[in-house]
Design a binder for this molecule. Structure first.
Ligand code: LMR
Length: 401
């Protein structure tokens, strides 16, 4: 019966991480999956999360189904974090937000919602992007194409090409944008550029679909939400998928949200209904535990302040590692070759290393990078950064031989 089921070659990110876990070498380094690790190379159990979880556990109780759209207080708290408490769109009730199964689940529900309700069938993703965007939209029946984004010459965004390209897209096209800390390149738009993109989205009647998996990992929780605020202020109708996996270090709880910004509260109510229907036919309703923790932290002032401080420290550690790798590498291969590290921001950078160089890093040094050359800086520590820099210099040298 299943003889024609093809072999699954695995996911480039998850499978590589599984390979890393099996690697017996003591000095191995994981720079592949987008997971924050602390100075000891461990995923942290954040103090604010622990305090909230301790309190919740005292009162666990029975767990009936959540509504299809998720926990009301969590959804309100998530909306306020993304858009700002005082934002007109929040106050006027014109945003439909559901709790989702991670940001991946939010992208999937959003893609299906647009396909079914707007008959959308063409989507544009950045060149490069998080490749699961391609898989999700294809699975929902879209034709997926790429827009120009990354400028390998500067390590930043080729804004001229990007903006001109979007300006030529057919009305109603769905455009997936990374709200901050672009995955995989780390190349971000400036605030001025976001304002121009927001204006373009409205003028050309394009549907922006923001993916924000790394809020708090580029500049700050507030500043990283600039793209969302710019689109709302410009009067755009758009979607945002956001994740709490990274900024709460609660990867396994799979908590995210999908928000759809509408012109008015009546449309938002109808959209919410269709999001619920999409959730119902996909997984019925989301799980309870992780959302409870996040809601408690976001709505308890002392825990919220503690969480902000911890997240600030995580971001500062990544930033310090970014600079340490830059300094260690530039003395070995020349500053020009590694300038991209200082241009880019967030958890990732795009090294430009070739698949052959990446093989050398993994096979000879136990340093794991995904084959596109993306590096997760959160896997670096003060004790392994010099080792990684040496390994990268060796791999670059190897290619020159
Ligand atoms: C990543 O890009 O490594 C993370 O977002 C994990 C994932 O789901 O791919």
């Amino acid at each position: 019966m299943f003889s024609n089921v093809p072999f699954y070659r695995g996911d480039p990110i998850y499978s590589l991480f599984e390979e890393y876990e099996k690697d017996p070498r003591k000095n191995k380094v994981s720079l592949s999956i987008g997971v924050y690790c602390d100075e000891d190379g461990k995923v942290p159990y954040m103090r604010a999360v622990k305090a909230a979880e301790d309190e919740i556990t005292l009162n666990l109780g029975a767990r009936p189904y959540l509504p299809m759209e998720g926990m009301q207080s969590f959804r309100t708290a998530a909306q306020r974090l993304l858009f700002g408490e005082a934002h007109e769109a929040v106050k006027s009730g014109r945003i439909a937000t559901i709790q989702s199964v991670g940001a991946t689940g939010a992208v999937r529900v959003g893609a299906e919602f647009l396909r079914v309700n707007l008959n959308s069938n063409s989507v544009w993703i950045s060149d490069f992007t998080w490749e699961t965007h391609l898989d999700i939209f294809q699975a929902c029946g879209y034709k997926v194409s790429r827009y120009p984004y990354y400028d390998a010459g500067t390590g930043g965004v080729d804004f001229g090409a990007f903006h001109a390209f979007l300006d030529g897209l057919p009305e109603g096209s769905v455009v997936v944008l990374h709200a901050c800390a672009h995955n995989p390149t780390g190349a971000e738009l400036s605030n001025d550029e976001w304002t121009k993109v927001a204006e373009l989205m409205v003028r050309r009647r394009l549907i922006a679909f923001l993916d924000m998996a790394y809020q708090g990992f580029s500049k700050s929780l507030e500043d990283d939400a600039f793209a969302i605020r710019a689109l709302s202020d410009a009067g755009a109708s758009f979607l945002v998928a956001n994740s709490f996996s990274k900024n709460f270090a609660l990867y396994g709880e799979r908590v995210g949200a999908l928000s759809v910004v509408c012109p008015d509260a009546t449309q938002a109510e109808n959209v919410l209904g269709q999001l619920k229907a999409t959730a119902r036919r996909t997984y019925s309703s989301p799980p309870t535990h992780g959302a409870r923790i996040i809601e408690k932290v976001l709505t308890t002032p002392t825990l919220n302040a503690a969480w902000h401080a911890e997240l600030d420290a995580m971001r500062a550690r990544i930033q310090a590692m970014r600079h340490a790798l830059h300094d260690a590498l530039s003395s070995k291969v020349g500053a020009e070759r590694v300038n991209y590290l200082l241009v880019q921001s967030g958890m990732f950078s795009f090294t430009g290393l070739t698949p052959a160089q990446i093989d050398v890093l993994r096979e000879e040094f136990g340093v794991y990078l995904v084959s596109t050359g993306r590096i997760c800086l959160a896997g670096l520590t003060t004790s392994n950064v010099e080792y990684v820099a040496n390994a990268m210099a060796h791999a670059i040298e190897h290619a020159n031989r």
